[in-house]
Design a protein around this ligand. Structure first.
Ligand SMILES: [Fe+2]
Length: 293
């Protein structure tokens, strides 16, 4: 099946928010001034009332479908039933973007409810590229891949993460979702420079940016060290905002979503995070224009 949809949402003007179920009724009732809404399809596949409300919202807002259950890196293959349910949702919502993580989350028919790391090898590239083609064929549209949050380096990797992303773009022509907070926390956890990572990221493939909060935790493997965990349970931290400005100067004014999934604040707090992203994008884009001259 031909891939027909443009993957670039027409939402670059204003930052959007991750829409989670506790905010759904308020968003329906108040129609807050955010640019777009990103949902996890897994929250709506067995939730007819929620789906009805979301379908109503999709008439007023551009919607992005951000999957957490596709497991594109699983050696077992893609869950076809889940893929077909996802397709039905997409046909109903007409989202501007469909995306998911460079990770795996299932094996032997068991769904592990986590985004697990992949070794960056030629074999993984072959598996992910084949699954990406399968997903895009089934959905009839592009599927954008997000960089993961990293905690461990797998000894079998023969490429760095950014080298793998370049190889994936080269092999498949896919677009990428750059989660700036993931870059910051992975840089901290893995000991690399997140600014250099952004500088090396395949800029021409970027279709969207993410921002989200993380939680510092004691690193059990290294006493005294701190691990940053991608909990999406806090406001975006100052270093991630700084890195976001840097990413915008390099990538231009990309459509952005602020994610908050756990310990959800009042909707107004999330909207203020989105407004802050807009302010940073405004000034960084000015810098980008100067930079690009
Ligand atoms: Fe993300």
């Amino acid at each position: 099946m031909a891939i027909t949809s443009d993957t670039r949402p027409q939402t670059a003007e204003r930052t959007g928010i991750g829409l989670r179920l506790p905010h759904l009724a308020e968003v329906v009732a108040t129609r807050p001034p955010v640019g777009w809404l990103e949902i996890h399809p897994e929250n709506f596949l067995a939730n007819p009332h929620g789906l009805e409300l979301l379908t109503d919202l999709a008439r007023d807002y551009p919607v992005s479908v951000h999957t957490v259950g596709i497991s594109i890196g699983s050696a077992d293959g893609i869950d076809r039933d889940h893929l077909m349910r996802l397709r039905a949702l997409i046909e109903r919502l007409h989202p501007v973007q469909v995306s998911g993580h460079l990770a795996w989350s299932g094996v032997g028919g068991t769904y592990l409810n986590d985004l697990l790391p992949l070794p960056y090898t030629a074999e993984t590239l072959r598996v992910v590229a084949a699954h990406l083609a399968e997903v895009q064929d089934a959905l009839g549209r592009s599927y954008v891949i997000e960089n993961p949050s990293s905690y461990v380096a797998l000894a079998t990797s023969t490429m760095t993460e950014v080298e793998f992303l370049h190889a994936l773009v080269h092999a498949t022509g896919c677009r990428l979702l750059c989660d700036v907070s993931n870059v910051h926390l992975s840089g901290h956890n893995m000991g690399y420079d997140p600014y250099r990572f952004i500088d090396q990221f395949p800029a021409e493939a970027v279709a969207e940016l993410h921002l989200g909060g993380f939680t510092p935790e004691e690193d059990e493997a290294t006493p005294g060290a701190t691990l940053l965990v991608d909990t999406h349970a806090h406001a975006v931290a100052a270093p991630a905002w700084d890195l976001y400005a840097h990413a915008l100067r390099r990538f231009g004014p990309q459509p952005t979503i602020v994610e908050w999934d756990n310990d959800l604040p009042a909707l107004a707090v999330l909207m203020e995070e989105a407004a802050k992203a807009d302010r940073i994008r405004e000034s960084a884009t000015r810098d980008h224009r100067v930079y690009a001259r």
